[in-house]
Write a protein that binds this ligand. Structure first.
Ligand SMILES: Cc1cc2nc3c(=O)[nH]c(=O)nc-3n(C[C@H](O)[C@H](O)[C@H](O)COP(=O)(O)OP(=O)(O)OC[C@H]3O[C@@H](n4cnc5c(N)ncnc54)[C@H](O)[C@@H]3O)c2cc1C
Length: 428
């Protein structure tokens, strides 16, 4: 099964459901899939198409590693917390891959090991920190020093690298569209081009219709104040992607002497790249000026700079032509961990917000759906604590009114990545 599906028409008229899911990115799709065989009537709405926002635009790295490396989770949460959260993302990877295989979704699934590449002395230290963290938590990996790096990547510019398995590449729009087909076949009603403009009690309103549901799961991005007071939980980081013409087999062998890998480097605004099934190179990155920009940046300038940088670092790419670029703003919270909650004032309304990464979004959508159907197997309390909107951040929310959301998020994100320690770590 593959390809994009016909766009579903917008919601019209008044509908009833047991569960309404708003937002059909990785999180909303995972929630819908979890509910599919539960015997409940489920409606899924999206203002765009399924996977039409960050999910479909993404580079399709399926790895537990997202904005927080394992060593950063370890410092921040201690061994137990780091393991809990790494397993969240690893479970998200597994759910996606299980779905792809079970439903035979043609979305260019590639088994692709991760390669985290150090740049300079500090990058080599980052690599070693990652190796140590993985050892401490019982995860295997291979490490390459500066002299060994060219055996896995065609460049002499990196100071070291760590490689690990259990990760994949995927075409995320085809994944989303494939899941859409599975959901439709499974009896879920899907309405696209259907933006929720308001909701009151158990009824949501779009421009042409309403849905009244016993439970509602909001899996939306860029939440607006008129949809939820939790809109404050979320800001975004902008990243850019470009795709090349197909590489020849000898170019691929030069670039990846031991076979294709998914790679990113240790720079603060890192460059990332991987090979697709049709032998094209996807390259992503950004710059300091535009990462936290309030609105979309459409200039080619940023991507040009990223491509110039990678061509200098990997000489065999110098003549490779890149044919298209795009950008997206990834929703995130102040500490780069998702916020998942049941609204205390409207206990039928669940929110999944600020998931950085397809695996995190998948786990969190699945988790919210399991809670809707009171799946007792899961350790609700544990995850609701990690994902609580009441967790502590370095700079408090009220400061956003004084110095602005963008600055507060930038500082809080850097704190979470490089300094923060969970106060409860000693008990972990
Ligand atoms: C360029 C780029 C590259 C990336 N690369 C990777 C990568 O390689 N690997 C990785 O794991 N992650 C990557 N990410 C991040 C990843 O895409 C996101 O973290 C993930 O897709 C979030 O999924 P989501 O379901 O939470 O949100 P989204 O995919 O944003 O879905 C939210 C949905 O809600 C809908 N919506 C919003 N408001 C409303 C409303 N009022 N009514 C109805 N619908 C609404 C939107 O249309 C959207 O479809 C990348 C992101 C970008 C932009």
């Amino acid at each position: 099964m593959g390809g994009t599906q016909a766009i579903k028409p917008p919601l019209r008229g008044d509908h009833k459901a047991d569960v309404l899911i708003v937002g059909a990115g990785a999180s909303g799709l995972a929630a819908a899939l979890r509910l599919m065989d539960s015997g409940r009537k489920v409606i899924l709405l999206d203002k765009n198409i399924c996977g039409g926002s960050s999910t479909g635009k993404s580079a399709g790295f399926l790895t537990p590693d997202s904005e927080l490396e394992l060593s950063q989770l370890l410092r921040k949460y201690g061994p137990k917390g780091a393991k809990d959260l790494w397993e969240v993302a690893a479970r998200g990877v597994d759910i996606m891959v299980e779905n792809i295989k079970k439903h035979n979704i043609a979305c260019d699934l590639q088994v692709q090991d991760c390669l985290f590449l150090g740049k300079g002395q500090s990058g080599w230290k980052d690599v070693q920190d990652e190796v140590e963290a993985r050892k401490k938590l019982g995860y295997s990996s291979s490490v390459y020093n500066e002299a060994d790096v060219p055996s896995v990547i065609g460049s002499k510019a990196y100071s070291g690298a760590i490689r690990y398995t259990g990760t994949y590449g995927v075409n995320p729009l085809l994944y989303a569209q494939g899941i859409k087909k599975v959901l439709l076949d499974g009896g879920i009603e899907i309405f696209e081009s259907s933006e929720v403009l308001s909701w009151k009690e158990r009824t949501v309103r779009t421009h042409l219709g309403t849905v009244t549901a016993d439970k509602i799961i909001f899996c939306i991005d860029k939440p607006k104040p008129y949809i939820t007071r939790y809109y404050q939980e979320v800001y975004h980081a902008q990243t850019f992607l470009s795709i090349s013409e197909p590489l020849g087999d000898s170019d691929i062998a030069q670039l990846f002497p031991q076979g294709p890998l998914q790679c990113w480097d240790s720079d603060l605004i890192y460059t990332y790249f991987r090979l697709t099934g049709d032998k094209r190179l996807l390259v992503g990155g950004g710059d300091m000026m535009t990462t936290y920009a309030k609105n979309d940046t459409t200039t080619p300038r940023v991507m040009d700079k990223v491509l110039k940088g990678i061509k200098e670092t990997i000489p065999s790419l110098r003549s490779l032509r890149f044919i298209q670029y795009w950008q997206g703003r990834i929703d995130m919270t102040r500490d780069l961990i998702p916020t998942v909650l049941v609204d205390p004032e409207h206990p039928w309304a669940h929110f999944v917000l600020g998931c950085v990464g397809l695996p995190w979004a998948t786990f969190c959508g699945n988790f919210a759906a399991r809670n809707v159907i009171d799946d007792k197997e899961i350790d609700n309390e544990k995850y609701y604590q990690y994902f609580s909107p009441n967790r502590k951040f370095l700079l408090p929310v009220w400061l956003e009114r004084v110095i602005g959301k963008r600055i507060v998020f930038t500082v809080n994100n850097a704190w979470a990545k490089y300094r923060q320690k969970d106060v409860s770590q000693g008990q972990a």
